[in-house]
Write a new protein. Structure first.
Length: 669
């Protein structure tokens, strides 16, 4: 059986199960008595193990098996949840994530796990007992299934909703190869019409093929015995199938105290959707919608086709305007509305909650707390805020830098915080929200804030600024210096910070995405790093402008205001020209000079200016004239025109003309 066709599904689902394990373990650390969390982690690890074994990734399957042994001992009360055990479980998850990443990169998923396996095998005696006991049961295939309290709860709740319980005995051919694969295929068939409640021997033993040719399944379904038998016989290498309907478990058989007060309805998911309405909002959200997995490459292709449609739409609008034909104009207007709706749908399809990025940080902060001996409380706000997938894929590393910076440089040690009258635990707030056509992500801490004096000293020491410049800088301009290449205020270099390669990387990455980063700080009270990002990178609103006979485009997101001023309003200060714009001194940039375009209007008395911003820095661009606002498709300049100064891409206008899109950030000093 060719497993490569299932590789993408395996990778996606493995990531989801590992993320579930990470999240639930963090919650378990806060409430070690919550056994429901242990059940959730066990199920995720168990599913991952089964998938890994089927796909042939033995190291992955082995490590998840050891992980299961520990979790099984915890949920059976044989072990307590301690900080040391949690550290070991997190270490095991790190190895699992590394193996999945190896598979993503085209590797075989193999890894040296001997050290972590030895730590997890502290529970080996428990695992051996289970393993040695199960085959004995399998040999007898006893009629007494020995349901535990949890299994009884599941079965009775299912029977109350009309499900039948079948006890199925399945025999494989004596010469059957890959018994675990045959078992997996049987389970796949059964899960299509119901739910497997228990197996003899256990699933662990079935997956390791440590059994003879027979196994039994307790199965909950609405189907008849004949239908189930026919379903299982459809799997190759099956010698014999015996299906017996079990008598309903009565309330007398199920002790009253065995049902947890808050136990969830553990019935077959597919059937529950058909039988009863969702009981809460979360259930309604997942049960009432149908989803499919779509490869991001297909969405990229769809977006590329739509971009061509936008270009042709612009061309039709131009033709309709020139011909002044009423019917054509009406048709184009209708096409514009429909394509606008289509654009919204396609962009929404590409939107992903920032939660996919935020989810990695609780685990990271737990590790940093231990390394730095600090106490941190992380608050996440607005995790449901959505961003284009292409942007989501790029913002993870910048956020990692900012959060590590806040914890290492910002948050003080517990002792110092207590001396300052602050709570012992520092607070880090990660917040995301929409504003216009942008998404803002903020990283805020209540730590020591930025030290103005220390930043100036380091900037002068490293030659980032001169002493003359230092005298005129305002506080916010001084704080911006921390984004300079190679800049760091750390006195000692550590594994976490001090090398000066963090914040400048953050700034460059965000600016390459059409975003920006700024910082506000109050010494002694904390800092706030604010990231501004475009919702999407493909279709943007621009202001078209003229420089002589050439048409250029400036992104609307960068523009504060447009105006017409007199040439005499331009003032000379130091070595550059500025204007007084609404009480602020704003430097002037002549775009013709920047792009080496000969100026035929040097004597014009009035100038058209566009005031743009980069973070908190405004600049006035001088242009010849404004054409108007338009939605355009951002196209790259290709492999032959890389790193063109102050040009981020190009677009094709309605009349077929190519307009270059100006990168405002590159022109603002």
């Amino acid at each position: 059986m060719d497993m490569n066709q299932y590789l993408d599904v395996f990778i996606d689902e493995s990531k989801e199960h590992l993320q579930t394990c990470n999240e639930k373990l963090l919650l378990l650390e806060k409430d070690p008595t919550d056994l429901q969390l242990v059940h959730d982690i066990f199920r995720a690890a168990h599913t991952l193990k089964g998938m890994s074994a089927t796909m042939g990734y033995t190291d992955l399957a082995h490590l998840t098996h050891l992980l299961e042994n520990v979790l099984d001992a915890i949920r059976n009360g044989d072990m307590a949840v301690t900080s040391d055990w949690l550290d070991i479980l997190f270490e095991a998850l790190d190895h699992l994530e590394a193996m999945v990443q190896s598979i993503i990169d085209g590797g075989d998923g193999k890894r040296d796990i001997s050290e972590v396996s030895a730590k997890l095998d502290v529970n080996g005696a428990h695992a051996e007992t289970a393993a040695s006991g199960e085959p004995a049961v399998a040999e007898n295939l006893a009629s007494d299934w020995g349901y535990d309290e949890f299994e009884r709860t599941v079965i009775q709740e299912a029977e109350e909703q009309g499900f039948k319980r079948y006890e199925i005995k399945i025999s494989l051919n004596e010469n059957c190869m890959l018994k675990a694969v045959r078992v997996y295929m049987v389970f796949e068939k059964l899960n299509e019409v119901g739910e497997v409640a228990k197996t003899i021997p256990s699933a662990e033993v079935l997956e390791t093929e440590d059994f003879g040719t027979d196994f039994q399944v307790c199965f909950l379904t609405h189907q008849s015995a004949e239908e189930i038998e026919q379903l299982i016989n459809g799997v190759s290498e099956i010698e014999h199938v015996e299906v017996i309907q079990g008598a309903p478990l009565t309330s007398a058989e199920k002790p009253e105290e065995s049902k947890p007060a808050d136990s969830p309805a553990a019935v077959p998911v597919k059937q529950e959707k058909q039988k009863q309405p969702a009981k809460n909002d979360e259930q309604a959200k997942h049960g009432g919608s149908k989803t499919i997995r779509v490869n991001i490459d297909r969405l990229d292709s769809l977006m590329n086709l739509f971009e061509e449609l936008v270009i042709d739409r612009g061309r039709l609008e131009q033709i309709a305007k020139e011909l002044e034909h009423n019917e054509l104009t009406e048709t184009v207007e209708r096409m514009t509305r429909i394509s606008g709706d289509l654009q919204s749908i396609i962009l929404n399809m590409r939107m992903v909650p920032v939660e996919t990025v935020f989810n990695r940080f609780p685990r990271m902060i737990r590790q940093l707390q231990k390394e730095l001996n600090k106490k941190i409380e992380l608050s996440i706000i607005g995790a449901e805020t959505e961003l284009d997938r292409t942007v989501i894929d790029e913002i993870g590393d910048p956020l990692v830098h900012l959060i590590r910076n806040s914890i290492d440089h910002g948050i003080e040690s517990p002792e110092i915080r207590l001396q300052k009258g602050k709570p012992e635990s520092g607070k880090v707030v990660l917040k995301a929200y929409h504003s216009g056509n942008h998404v803002f992500i903020e990283v805020e801490d209540d730590g020591a804030g930025l030290n103005r004096k220390k930043i100036l000293e380091k900037a002068l020491e490293r030659g980032v600024i001169t002493e003359k410049e230092a005298e005129t800088l305002e506080d916010n301009e001084i704080y911006e210096l921390i984004f300079a290449p190679g800049f760091s205020t750390a006195d000692q270099i550590s594994d976490i910070s001090g090398r000066g390669v963090g914040l400048d990387v953050v700034k460059n990455k965000l600016e390459s995405l059409g975003g920006s980063v700024s910082v506000k700080s109050v010494e002694g009270q904390g800092s706030l790093f604010s990231i501004q990002l475009p919702l999407t990178l493909s279709i943007i609103s621009v202001l078209l402008i003229k420089l002589e006979e050439e048409t250029f485009a400036i992104p609307i997101s960068s523009i504060i205001e447009t105006a017409v001023i007199d040439r005499k309003d331009i003032l000379q200060t130091h070595d550059r020209e500025v204007i007084d714009f609404r009480g602020h001194i704003v430097p002037v940039v002549y775009l013709k000079e920047e792009f080496k375009i000969e100026d035929s209007r040097q004597d014009a008395e009035q100038l058209h200016i566009i005031v743009v911003k980069k973070g908190d820095k405004p600049t006035a661009f001088v242009v010849d004239s404004f054409i108007g606002q338009q939605e355009v498709v951002l196209k790259s300049l290709g492999d032959y025109l890389t790193n063109v100064f102050a040009i981020s891409g190009a677009t094709i206008l309605g009349d077929g003309e190519v307009a270059l899109i100006i990168d405002c950030n590159a022109l603002i000093i």
